[in-house]
Each structure stands twice: as structure tokens, then as C-alpha cells.
Design a protein around this ligand. Structure first.
Ligand code: FAD
Ligand code: SF4
Length: 289
């Protein structure tokens, strides 16, 4: 295909140098460190992140305006966090002119769509100062995560320290050191159905996008995409926020990222094609046409 990784200016393997951030981060702490740096240096006034909701592992979008609030939102919650729901409010009652936001590829698409076609989003588009995209193969409804953790992995939601999808497995890490791995064939039926028409794996529309795949454990793969992303990344590097390694030097490297992106896009294009002939003489809607 050749377009599966989107446009980018550079790609590296990186991790943040701040040990406190790294400790509770999902991977290399790229998202939290980028926002913390951007906040401290006045690039953003705050960032919309997936905070901790009332129920364990159910994220709630929040506007983080302090380093502590950013750190509290570290880690991947494998269920829907509608971060875009705050995009207008953050420029209104929060009064922000320089907004940071993290999100999955679909959320980056919503953000860019809102900037180009600002229906109901007057005076929002020019206030987006840093959009950080995270790679995403699929997401789950909250109920699915409860079933995967409590029924399949036999753990209590509140006793889970970390969840991770990687190396072909869904990993659940308990606070007392337990580790349960579920094969992905178990998790497939619990996926959010809307994810099956998604054609973006590596957040092609973020200023910067990051994920775990391609880099060693504890490190992240980072695509620097827009001119704005390039400028923020260069400043963060100059400030000593990140250690980096050339992508060609790390294993499994960009080859695996490309392979997984291709697999996602190919599979989901098939779903879209199937929708075209779903009924007798008529099909289901295709949002890309
Ligand atoms: C549903 C989902 C699927 C993913 N699938 C893949 C994958 O297939 N391959 C891959 O390489 N990486 C995937 N990731 C990304 C990966 O898990 C990490 O989020 C990413 O590498 C950032 O790590 P970090 O250490 O830089 O972030 P941290 O510094 O730990 O910060 C994580 C940030 O992500 C935000 N966040 C957490 N959960 C959500 C959510 N549900 N929606 C929106 N924002 C959220 C938090 O608010 C926080 O700001 C996925 C993430 C999600 C949410
Ligand atoms: S798979 Fe696509 S639609 Fe589903 S959460 Fe990830 S980016 Fe969004």
C-alpha cells in the first residue's frame, strides 16, 4: 500500500527521561511527557486526557491543567474515552487559547474534521496547539473489559495494575504481581463494532503520534508529522525530555508497524466492501464515500 503509516517528517524510538512519569506510563511516557513539557513551556494551557472515572478502568475525559493531573491520567484504558466531547468547552468555560488533546486515530480525525468543517465548533479550530495521537488496533466497550478481566482473566477490576495488548495477547497485570494473558481470538468478539470500519492504525492525523509497537518494552515508536509537531518535538528534545534511538536500530522496528497497519486496513476494507452488498439489492452506508 505505501500509505499505511501516513505522512511524517521523522520516526524514532523514544522514551522520556523523567523517571516519575515513566513509572506509571503505558510505554515510553511520550504522551504525558510531551504535555508536561508543553504545559511548563507555555505551548499549551492544558490538555484533554483520559482521566480516571468513578468506576475502575473506565476513563472519563478531563482537562488537565497541572502536571499532577497529567500524571494521574497515565496508562491505557482499553475502552472508550470520548475526549472530543470537551473540545468546545475547553475553549469556553475553561477559557483556553492553546489546547492539547490526546486521542485514538478516530479522535484525531474528528479533531481535524472539526477544524476543516467547524459545524458547531466556532472559534475552536485555531486553538488546537498540540494533538497527540495514539496507535489503535481496536477498542472495547466498558462492559467488554469487565467480561475480559473478571470472567476470562478471573481478576477483579479494582485489583488490576495495567492492561496491555501486545505480542498477540491481551495481558492483565494484577497489583499483587499476577499476570494473565488471553489469546486475541478470545477478545475479538468483545470489540467495539464501529472499529471494524476504521482505516487508520498509527493516528495519521496527529501532530505527533505514538504507540508501543515496533519498539522494545518500555520504549515507544514516535512519528513526528506536522510542522507544529516537528517544532514541539525539537524543543522537547533540546530540553532533554527524551532519549531516542534511530528506528532502523531497534527491533522489531518499522517492519512490524507496517505489517500490522496493513492487516488492520485490509481487514476493515473487507468489512466496508461487505457493507456495500449487505442487503438484498441495497447496502449499508459507507462514511468514506
Ligand atoms: C484503545 C487503545 C488501543 C491501542 N492499541 C494499540 C496498538 O494496537 N498498538 C500500539 O502500539 N499502541 C496501541 N495503543 C497505544 C498504547 O497503548 C499507549 O497509549 C501509547 O503507546 C502511549 O503510551 P505512553 O507511555 O506514551 O502514554 P502515557 O504517558 O502512559 O499516557 C497515555 C495517555 O493516553 C490517554 N488514554 C488512555 N486511554 C485512552 C483512551 N481509551 N482513549 C483516549 N486516550 C486514552 C491517557 O489520557 C494518557 O494521556 C492503544 C491505545 C488505546 C487507548
Ligand atoms: S479502532 Fe479506529 S474507530 Fe476504533 S477506537 Fe481505534 S481508532 Fe477509533
Amino acid at each position: 500500500m505505501g500509505t499505511e503509516l501516513g505522512n511524517y517528517k521523522s520516526v524514532v524510538s523514544a522514551r522520556c527521561t523523567d523517571k516519575e512519569i515513566l513509572k506509571g506510563a503505558q510505554d515510553g511516557g511520550i504522551v504525558t511527557q510531551l504535555f508536561a513539557f508543553a504545559l511548563e513551556s507555555g505551548i499549551i494551557d492544558g490538555a484533554i486526557v483520559a482521566g480516571n472515572g468513578a468506576e475502575p478502568w473506565r476513563p472519563e475525559p478531563v482537562v488537565a491543567t497541572t502536571r499532577a493531573e497529567l500524571l494521574a491520567a497515565r496508562g491505557t484504558k482499553y475502552n472508550l474515552s470520548p475526549n472530543m466531547s470537551l473540545i468546545k468547552e475547553v475553549t469556553r468555560s475553561y477559557g483556553m487559547d492553546k489546547v492539547g488533546i490526546v486521542g485514538t486515530p478516530c479522535q484525531m480525525q474528528a479533531l481535524r474534521k472539526g477544524q476543516v468543517y467547524p459545524i458547531g465548533l466556532r472559534d475552536v479550530g485555531d486553538k488546537i496547539a498540540l494533538a497527540v495521537g495514539i496507535f489503535c488496533m481496536e477498542n472495547f466497550p466498558y462492559q467488554s473489559i469487565i467480561q475480559l478481566v473478571e470472567d476470562h482473566a478471573a481478576m477483579k477490576m479494582e485489583s488490576v495494575k495495567k492492561m496491555e495488548i501486545g505480542k498477540g495477547k491481551f495481558w492483565v497485570y494484577g497489583k499483587r504481581g499476577q499476570v494473565v494473558q488471553l489469546p486475541l481470538k478470545v477478545t475479538h468478539k468483545y470489540e467495539q463494532p464501529g472499529c471494524h470500519v476504521c482505516l487508520d492504525y498509527v493516528a495519521n492525523l496527529g501532530d505527533i503520534s505514538t504507540g508501543s509497537v515496533g519498539s522494545p518494552d518500555g520504549w515507544s515508536t514516535v512519528f513526528v508529522r506536522s510542522r507544529n509537531g516537528d517544532s514541539v518535538w525539537a524543543k522537547a528534545i533540546a530540553a532533554g525530555c527524551f532519549e531516542t534511538q534511530p528506528m532502523e536500530k531497534v527491533k522489531p522496528g518499522l517492519e512490524l508497524v507496517t505489517k500490522l497497519a496493513n492487516e488492520k486496513i485490509t481487514k476493515n476494507k473487507k468489512t466496508l466492501e461487505g457493507r456495500a452488498t449487505f442487503g438484498v439489492g441495497k447496502g449499508l452506508r459507507n462514511p468514506y464515500l
